[in-house]
Ligand binder design. Sequence first.
Ligand code: GLU
Length: 601
Amino acid sequence: MELPEQRARVERKGFSMRRILSIAFALSVMVSLGLGPAAPAKPGGPQGRPTATGRGGAAASVDPLATRTAIRVLRHGGNAVDAAVAAAAVLGVVEPFSCGIGGGGFMLIGRGDRVATNDHRETAPAAYEPDTLIDPDTGEPIPFEEAVTSGLSVGVPGTVRGWDRVLERFGSMSLGSLLRPAIAIARQGFVVDDVFASQTRDNLERFRSFTSTRRLFLTNDGRVPRIGSVFRNRDLAHTYDLIAQQGADAFYQGKLARAIVRSVQAPPETRSSDLDVRPGLMTAQDLARYRAPFRAPTRVSYRGYDVFGMGPPSSGGSTVSEALNILEGFELGAGSRTRALHRYIEASSLAFADRNAYLGDSDFVDVPLEGLLSQEFAAERRELIGPEASPKPLPPGDPFPYDGDSEAVSASINTGGSTTHLTVSDAAGMVVSYTFTIEQIGGSGIAVPEYGFLLNNELTDFNFEPPHPNAPEGGKRPRSSMSPTIVTKDGKVVLALGSPGGSTIINTVLQVLLNRLDFGMTLPEAVAAPRLAPQNAYPILAEPAFLSSEVSDALESLGHSFEEVEELGTVAGIEFLSGGRVRAVAEPVRRGGGSAAVQHP
Ligand code: GLU
């Protein structure tokens, strides 16, 4: 069910209400963000506060400038959707390798147990065919690494249309005014931190291969900007300004749209580039036709809570939900932690087996969502969990008796990638859980010349080899793992969260939910706890702190095996405490530490 339309409420009070709010906000924002003559620092790390408790609205993200922007919008009378869009636009400036207007995302908007979801996932160009990602010369799938840096992997970006739609339906301020803080930061610049520098370093070869990207993100002599130097993106300021003045259509039609199409069809490679960059198929018509629909959320009950997630084309909501349904049949909190985690590994593996077999864009394929989320199917899957590790991979189950009819096929798992998550709430109880991305860190590596942003490589999330529910098709959205989540109890939101991390997003969200709802941790404890990512294969990726715990030895003795990975996910969430208090929670350490703030500390 969708929320009552906030915009209509504001507009009934007259055009002037929105206008006054917007102008007051735009005028004050430079001052309130501390945007004087000096560029603002982008602190991160231990000094960026990862937890904040208080009253009124709240915000959590990876970046202090984004979190601060959200709080400023709330203090100027904006609601959670306004604040989320303004903060997301800032993230597009300061986290340009993880997100931005060249990509897409999923936003959950909740008030009580009325939750709406907006799908602004990228689409494949109309000319895409099921075998587009098969190399005609070899008959084999295009090597993944080659697809990553190509025009072919660029999906039609959805972010700007998504921001426009959520504001139109739920916002109280204009997109134009909400882009102002980001424009100011892009123009004045921010201080390069170690995350920004290391992400640039990791992409150096790709960024050097495109004239536009080299000019945008590297120094004049083609190097990584120095940590502590000021990074400005005047081109992006100009692009945001264009959208602010002319609206979202300025992205999907006209000069900017033509520049995007040119960059995809003829990527601006430097002469010295050694890469074999395949051109893409996007046309002006693909951009003009892009839509960002509102969809029904997934919803399951879990131990008296209602858990809302993102349905297809994301596999996030269904996979988290199926695992929760399976786990609800066990007492997790009371018994041994080893047994609880063993069951988590098995339930997650079973849910991944089903995800890999059945999930795709439900506008194109029959996804047996009802069956996957049914208690009967969960009971069948739960039966397969014994006292010891089962051999992996486990085959998918058959949800169709509880749903419809189709055939199961197998799929590969994408564990890489990047993205960002932002959670915002307002004093009136509206909550936004928003994950958005350009897919890999640095997306396709192709920046749109003179417009200041990178294009996504989201179409690498398709299964390259047909037939598969997630095989490419014109207009189709590749399956995602993004899992923005809202949890309610007795009709009130108690928790909202999400994370980046490719397919491990599902594990991260699931594990934080279990830590919070079953193991009695506070949200900061639940987020900080070490993570593992069981995905129906061995070895299971796990963080060092988990591997050095006794429980990992105990799990190994049950037959599980692990491989160390430095970090899994980067959570940003909000929990609602008793007495009207609210707590925003970001990562204390992962990805340099995040930033949380409340409206009234
Ligand atoms: N492309 C990924 C997905 O939609 C998200 C990017 C990531 O975090 O890896 O699942």
